[in-house]
Every structure is written in structure tokens, then in C-alpha cells.
Design a protein around this ligand. Structure first.
Ligand code: HEC
Length: 143
């Protein structure tokens, strides 16, 4: 009897642990840009930083001009639908502004990424890390 009870609770323990572990993995791998991955404050600060550092080439309304691609609409959607947020962040940090790459602070880069997400219709939520590596697993996916 005693043994039976112990076996049974052990089985529940294993089952419970497996479910919890599966849930954690699914959460870590399945995080999406649409799950709220930046704050409204970041996006607001980012709008100002974008205007100063990016709008001269990508335009204030993000539609792009000449060689500078649009950062919204279908162009942005198609470019990133199979991409990861960390890569967008990393590329911007390493290569933009094109005339002075890496010239902004880590906070300004994160703020600008937040602004771009907001401008593309994503909802705010938790803060976006200033380190692109922290967003390496966050997928854009289809909206
Ligand atoms: C001096 C003009 C100029 C400025 C200023 C500038 N860009 Fe760009 N940007 C470009 C050009 C040209 C390209 C296309 C060539 C390339 O990808 O390097 C580009 C490409 C991009 C891309 C697409 C990269 C990709 O792989 O799809 C993003 C995103 C981007 N810029 C964001 C920004 C942000 C954010 C800022 C402000 C911090 C900024 N740019 C400032 C000229 C500029």
C-alpha cells in the first residue's frame, strides 16, 4: 500500500516535471515579436532618436528613398517574416547609420528598434534588451 502510493506520486512528479520542462522550452523557443517585446517608453524615445539618426535617408515616415530601403510596410514585413529580432537589432547596431555605423549608444539602438516595431504595428509589452543576443530567439513570424 505504502509502496503503491509512493509509486503513484512519483509518476505524477515525473509527469509534472516533464510538462513543466516542455512548457519552458516551448516558451523560450516560441517567443514572438507580437508577444510584447518592447515598452512604449522605448518606442517614444526611439522615435526621436530615429528622426535624428535615420530619417535623413529612410525618411520620417520610414518609406525609404533611393538606396535606403523602406523600414515599414510590405518591404519590412517580407524582409523579416522569417527573421529574428536579434538579427534586425544586430544589423542596425553594426551598420547604421550608414554614414556613421555604431555611433549611437546601446540604449538608443534598442529604442530605435522598439520604434520600428511600433511603427510596424506591434504592441508594446516588456522591455527590449540593449543586447541583441538576448533577442536572438525572438521570431517575427506572420502578424
Ligand atoms: C546615410 C544614409 C543612411 C542613414 C543615416 C541610415 N541608413 Fe539604414 N540604410 C541605408 C542604406 C543605403 C541601406 C541599404 C544598404 C545596406 O543595407 O547597408 C540601409 C539599410 C538599412 C536597413 C536594412 C538592413 C537589412 O539587412 O535589411 C535597416 C534596418 C536600416 N538601414 C536601419 C537604419 C536605422 C535604424 C538608422 C538610424 C540609426 C539608419 N538605417 C540610418 C542608409 C542609411
Amino acid at each position: 500500500m505504502n509502496l503503491h502510493i509512493r509509486t503513484k506520486s512519483f509518476r505524477y512528479l515525473v509527469l509534472g516535471t516533464t510538462l513543466a520542462a516542455t512548457g519552458l522550452v516551448a516558451h523560450a523557443q516560441g517567443r514572438k515579436v507580437g508577444d510584447g517585446v518592447f515598452t512604449a517608453e522605448q518606442a517614444t524615445r526611439g522615435a526621436e532618436a530615429y528622426e535624428k539618426a535615420c530619417a535623413s535617408c529612410h525618411m520620417s515616415d520610414l518609406r525609404g528613398e533611393s538606396f535606403a530601403p523602406a523600414l515599414n510596410g510590405d518591404a519590412f514585413g517580407l524582409r523579416w517574416e522569417n527573421g529574428k529580432l536579434g538579427d534586425l537589432h544586430k544589423i542596425i547596431k553594426a551598420t547604421m547609420p550608414a554614414d556613421n555605423p555604431g555611433s549611437l549608444t546601446p540604449q538608443q539602438y534598442a529604442d530605435i528598434v522598439a520604434f520600428l516595431l511600433k511603427a510596424n504595428g506591434y504592441q508594446p509589452g516588456q522591455a527590449l534588451s540593449e543586447n541583441p543576443a538576448d533577442s536572438a530567439q525572438i521570431l517575427f513570424g506572420k502578424k
